[in-house]
Design a protein around this ligand. Structure first.
Ligand code: HMG
Ligand code: MG
Length: 310
């Protein structure tokens, strides 16, 4: 592990990147009212999140659920000290986001061409080519750019993914200017030992302080994977309230690791997140009721709503 990695291991706070409004809602079949999306984000801000991924400025033909991206972004209350990133797949998405006043975007690619073609109709190299004008524009506009690498522990179409491919792509998008690279187990196939080995390999080339982990819980491994990676020094964890989530272009990808369960575990381990767990649990219970689905957070199911709000 490099020097930056061992430094970040002593840091006792973890930043949660709340991806529920984007990764969570993008997978909902029934269109969620814009007002509900805005209320969700406002509640997450009030619960103490410092980073909330609001929506995606992708093609509405590909993700109809997020066709109201601009209305949602314009409708939320923005607070000092909270970042509100959005996903953009190309320059067209970047321009739509900028017109709405966005100050941070996330670009996304994968460690496997097969998934990337299904998800954004481009190979990995082609998608990185599309990032270049976004990164250049963002530099001039003073907009922060986060980067995602998907399928880091396996691909729904290709199967096995080589760690060296993950390392190469993470390093490339970091060097191109992404301030942080989120490593995504899109289909929730990894186990802690594999997740840790992948993280260590990437951290040999990209500073640990610039890495985040993003686990889907398809096989019940997500919280264990987060634990292993936090033990190894990562201090940014993507998670979704109520365990919402999934990618419509990744067969079998279900919810993200639940923010409530991650925060409960981290607080229990002595880490600070700045998040009010009661408020977060109440938000997870509220959005589950709004969507008419079972709460994907174990904590949200364990605590009675009244007890949480008391
Ligand atoms: P394409 O069809 O190849 O695009 O899709 P195109 O450039 O040929 O354009 C086709 C049409 O789309 C045109 O409209 C464009 O104007 C329009 P038409 O002339 O036919 O009327 N278009 C757009 N409209 C609005 N906003 C835009 C935009 N771009 C083109 N930005 C494209 C390529 C990338 C656009 C499409 O594949 C797409 O939007 N894909 C997004 C899929 C997606 O959002 N997937 C989920 C997010 S990734 C994820 O969940 C993984 C992650 O969570 C990490 C993990 O878990 O691993 C991040
Ligand atoms: Mg995801």
């Amino acid at each position: 592990m490099n020097e930056r990695a061992s430094q970040s291991m002593t840091d006792s706070s973890v930043r949660i990147v709340e991806v529920g409004p984007r990764d969570g809602l993008q997978n909902e079949k029934t269109i969620v009212p814009t007002a509900t999306k805005i209320a969700l984000i406002d509640r997450l801000s009030a619960a103490g999140h410092r980073s909330i991924e609001v929506t995606s400025f992708v093609s509405p033909k590909w993700i109809p659920q997020l066709a109201d991206a601009a209305e949602v972004y314009l409708g939320i209350q923005k607070h000092e000290g909270i970042d509100y990133p959005v996903l953009v797949p190309n320059l067209q998405g970047y321009e739509r986001a900028l017109a709405a006043g966005v100050r941070e975007v996330a670009v996304f690619t994968a460690a496997s061409d097969a998934f990337n073609r299904k998800n954004i109709n481009a190979t990995v190299d082609e998608s990185i080519e599309r990032f270049l004008p976004i990164l250049e524009r963002a530099r001039n506009d003073g907009v922060k750019v986060r980067g995602y690498v998907s399928t880091v522990l396996g691909c729904p179409y290709q199967g096995e993914v080589e760690v060296r491919d993950v390392v190469r792509i993470a390093k490339r998008i970091f060097e191109l200017g992404c301030y942080e690279v989120s490593l995504g187990d899109t289909i929730g196939i990894g186990t802690p030992t594999k997740a840790r080995a992948m993280l260590r390999a990437v951290a040999d080339e990209v500073p640990m302080g610039a890495l985040a982990v993003h686990f889907h819980d398809t096989r019940g491994q997500a919280l264990a994977n987060v634990f292993a990676c936090v033990e190894d020094g990562v201090r940014v964890v993507d998670a979704a309230v109520a365990g919402l989530g999934g990618c419509p272009y990744a067969n079998g990808a279900t919810g993200n690791v639940a923010s409530e369960d991650v925060v409960y575990m981290l607080h229990g381990m002595g880490y600070m997140t700045g998040i009010d767990l009661d408020a977060l649990v109440a938000t997870g219970q509220w959005i589950s009721a709004e969507l008419g689905r079972e709460n994907g957070a174990k904590l949200g199911r364990a605590l009675a709503p009244a007890a949480v709000r008391a």
